[in-house]
Design a protein around this ligand. Sequence first.
Ligand code: NAD
Length: 421
Amino acid sequence: MSLKGTTFLESVLQTLKRATELGGYPQEVYEILSRPQRIITVNIPVRMDNGKIQVFTGYRVQHNNALGPYKGGIRFHPEVTLDEDIALATVMTFKNALNGLPYGGGKGAIAVDPKKISKRELEELSRGYARALAPFIGPETDIPAPDVGTDPQIMAWMVDEYSKIAGRNVPGVFTAKPVILWGNPVREYSTGFGVAVWAREAAKKVWGGIEGKTVAVQGFGNVGYWGAYWLIKMGAKVVAVTDSKGGVYNPNGLDLTAVKAVKDKTGSVINYDAPGTRKVTNEEILELPVDVLVPAALENVIHKGNANNIKAKLVVEGANGPTTADAEQVLHRKGIWVLPDLAANAGGVVMSYLEWVENLQWYFWDEEETRNRLERILLDTFNRVMIRWSKLGTDNVTIREAAYVEAVDRIYNAMKVRGWI
Ligand code: NAD
């Protein structure tokens, strides 16, 4: 336990423990799933533009592969820790299992600020990471993808480096690649689309529909922007958005295109100015009187210190781990639905799965067909989680716990038939 309360890894393990108890699974299930199968540490020397060598440390955590190859993103961030990487890899195992994908979970990270190194240095580092991991990854072994601080260009360098080592083109070893290099156009907005689909489906249960409901989005990056975009398309009213500098609130609704233009021009949504709009901080946005709150930036932003002030009825976790375990209990007691990360932000990894299927068969669907396939998988997960939640008892069990039980059930059965337990 840290001074701020439960750490992300502690929260994940607490939920896993409770899920194994709720589902009546043997204690061995917790013993196996509470630690990763393998942790790889790599040290990558890069010749920097100043002529000197700098050595970067990175990880790949391969958490569990009972259901299939490890799958999960790679994070480039100056403050990554192994603990955080383990937590993220663990969540990937449950996220992939929950969504019915033939994958286990993994996650990678390098301690670097990608904005503070040159493009050439970034390419060297990305290629170095792919080389160092080449013996441990592959389309049927471990399939990384982007996360915070990494993007399709980095995936292109990595898939190129891996392919050089393999001596042939291997498109399926990384996903979320540029469209020209065996990617798919839906990947760009798939996580935000999934956030919106989950919000819409939950809203149907809570109010009969999402139309006219007010939404606040913390984080205006890939997930936040596209989540807002699709929510508006589905009939909701986005009234507040923030990025790392803070943001804006207009109870009558924001013009998303205009806000995006300001962000692109000035670097932040905080510079957006229109009648009836006022500035909000990243703390305030969480406590606004809205129907739907989408935390789509960082971990642990809803904690026991502010949980009591949340007014939204639906919290849709675009980010990974934005709600601490203690805060979630408070929200649950208040009757607030928290749509958990492993479900609500799974659009990206489900889309990665579809891209991987395309890559394995060298055959590509068009955008609409891909999006329909993506939506079908998300809806199937939503319905299974709702059934599981209602069977377990909505008063005493959170949606996250129900989702974990649903996920653990698949992993447990796979481990059982494999003879692991
Ligand atoms: P991104 O880098 O595109 O965007 C992050 C946004 O958060 C930026 O607008 C940034 O300004 C803002 N931000 C940074 N610090 C902030 C702060 N203190 N308060 C408010 N906003 C702040 O990243 P992303 O890809 O949108 O990822 C966001 C979250 O979603 C992460 O937790 C990530 O793990 C998770 N996620 C992303 C994907 C994906 O496909 N991109 C998939 C699943 C989960």
